[in-house]
Design a protein around this ligand. Structure first.
Ligand code: MG
Length: 388
């Protein structure tokens, strides 16, 4: 077998059942903006991990591709009936494509791998055939039949988590030579049965396995706390022109003049689109919809706003609040304010109380004061995952 020095993470996402109370297998269930398998892939990105391969259940290819959205999709490996068979399939596939120096075998049901655990595992692997993360048992333990039985001494017991790190060739041999009558519940068990040395390193509560509906709810809450707030502003101006219609805040407003521009020239939605793009550092509206591109001639600016919103959602973000100020002498914005607010709220799928629309004049000073055009400013506040 060819060997190389690569460290490959083998993510096992082949389960078909769900004790979490959902129709889809749990690795394809969403937590926040992403599926479990996508979170797990994200967290396996580590300077010492050269490659990640994913073992999926047979017939789950479409679910797998959909689950990763726009993320790069590592080629999948078809799994088996049990977890152990799936790991074996994964190891055989790695062997067939050149082997590895070390492999990290990990379950998608523990998606939030701290980088520090990967550091500890790979350090321990230098002196051992395998290394696993463990946590102490904190609850009292006892045998149980019809009634509570004898207590079990917990001081010598640990809870074993994944990822588990192994030197590649020995763990592949251990799987090939497994003769246990029932499937092993983890790879450390397979390694130990083959006489390999398995070191332990400190595990992490972030690696608790997600099994039941409650576990998912707790993970959602944890993720929520890890969102950071970002605020950005946008500004735009368009000049009045005769023979144009006036679009403002996504609403057609009856007025003697409209605004000129390449699209529908909705100055308020343009400022707001720029503010939203600013929260994720995604440039400005002109980069996404160049005025030189004929396809945006007369385009409804609602599309620009929805595009910026979609980019935020794709990064796992959500909009908290937007605030738009329209600056002009005429038309009077007051009579249209609620309609604009509701239109923006509908476009961004926000409750109207999280959308603010204000208007002001510039006391007849400057270009807005002379009635040459309309200016708009916007602020947007979003919450984004710390680690997108
Ligand atoms: Mg503009």
């Amino acid at each position: 077998m060819a060997q190389n020095g690569k460290t490959i993470a083998l993510l096992v996402a082949a389960g078909s059942g769900s004790r979490a109370g959902t129709a889809v297998p749990k690795q394809y269930r969403r937590i926040g903006a992403k599926t479990l398998v996508a979170h797990a892939l994200d967290h396996l990105r580590h300077p010492l991990v050269d490659e990640v391969r994913v073992v999926i259940g047979r017939g789950q290819e479409d679910l797998y591709r959909t689950a990763l959205g726009d993320l790069p999709v590592p080629p999948s490996i078809p799994g088996g009936e049990t977890r152990q068979e799936s790991v074996r399939s994964g190891l055989e596939a790695l062997c067939a494509s050149g082997g590895a120096g070390a492999v990290l075998i990990h379950d998608a049901a523990r998606p939030f791998v701290p980088a520090a655990v990967l550091d500890r595992l790979l350090t321990a692997l230098r002196a051992s055939d395998g290394a696993v993360p463990v946590l102490p048992v904190v609850d009292s333990l006892a045998h149980h039949g019809a009634h509570l039985g004898e207590p079990v001494d917990r001081s010598s017991l640990v809870r074993v988590q994944t990822p588990q790190a192994f030197r590649f060739a020995p763990i592949l041999d251990a799987h090939r030579s497994w003769t246990g009558s029932s499937p092993a519940t983890d790879d450390a068990q397979v390694a130990r049965a083959a006489g390999l040395s398995v070191a332990t390193v400190e595990g992490d509560h972030m690696l608790e396995k997600l099994t039941f509906a409650d576990d998912f709810a707790r993970a959602e809450q944890r993720l929520e706390r890890r969102l950071v707030s970002r605020t950005a502003m946008g500004f735009d101006v368009h000049a009045f022109a005769h023979g144009e219609t006036l679009w403002l805040g996504g609403i057609l407003i009856p007025h003697s003049r409209g605004l000129s521009g390449h699209s529908d020239a909705d100055v308020a939605l343009h400022a707001l689109t720029d503010a939203l793009l600013g929260t994720i550092g995604a440039g400005d509206i002109g980069q996404h919809f160049p005025p030189s591109d004929p396809q945006w001639r007369g385009a409804a600016s609602a599309r620009f706003l929805e595009h910026a919103h979609r980019l935020i959602e794709e990064r796992g973000g959500r909009i908290d609040h937007v605030d738009v100020t329209i600056i002009c002498e005429a038309p009077k914005i007051g009579p249209h304010r609620e309609a604009i607010r509701e239109r923006i709220a509908a476009l961004l799928r926000l409750p109207p109380e999280r959308v603010s629309v204000k208007a002001t004049t510039t006391e007849r000073l400057g270009f807005t004061g002379r009635g040459e055009g309309i200016a708009a400013q916007a602020l947007a506040t979003v919450r984004l995952p710390e680690r997108p």
